[in-house]
Design a protein around this ligand. Structure first.
Ligand code: DQA
Length: 149
């Protein structure tokens, strides 16, 4: 069982970026959390990929086909704009969980739309970096039980 955690634009700026919204932990801290949580939930590998470019994120989803059993994705600002990411997730058909560090439901109107949500088995929002842990847990359960059914 292999997972890929994909992060979109500006997530590499964690710690520096609006700490009152995204917290003071760094992207490096997030990568450590992903590695630990991946092992805890039984993933052989929990790899990660971050890009500030939409097409690169599409490529990462396409390249996951045949390799990864599940995807955790925080598309960041592309959540609210990208049909290309939605289509890529649908194309590969890999179970995916959408994550947002902040509670997007309580923020600006333009953050209320999520295109990728339509291709995800669940959305986790407002749990800080622990949301990635929660997402890996859900994904592991889904792959072990539901995906086989
Ligand atoms: C975010 C929320 C998005 O609206 C924003 O553009 C981000 C991060 C989050 O993790 O809370 O960059 O996805």
């Amino acid at each position: 069982m292999k997972a890929l955690v994909i992060n979109g634009p500006n997530i590499n700026m964690l710690g520096l970026r609006e700490p009152q919204i995204y917290g003071s932990q760094s992207y490096e801290d997030l990568l450590n959390l992903i590695e630990t949580a991946g092992k805890e939930y039984g993933f052989e590998t929990a790899d990660h990929y971050q890009s500030n470019h939409e097409g690169d994120l599409v490529d990462a989803i396409q390249n996951a086909y045949g390799i990864y059993d599940g995807i955790v994705i925080n598309p960041a600002a592309y959540t609210h704009t990208s049909i290309a990411l939605l289509d890529a997730l649908k194309a590969v058909g890999i179970p995916a969980v959408e994550v947002h560090i902040s509670d997007v439901s309580k923020r600006e109107d333009f953050r209320q739309i999520s295109y990728v949500r339509k291709a995800c088995i669940a959305t986790i929002s407002g749990e800080g970096l622990d949301g990635y842990k929660h997402a890996l847990h859900l994904l592991a359960d889904y792959i072990k039980h539901d995906a086989q059914a």
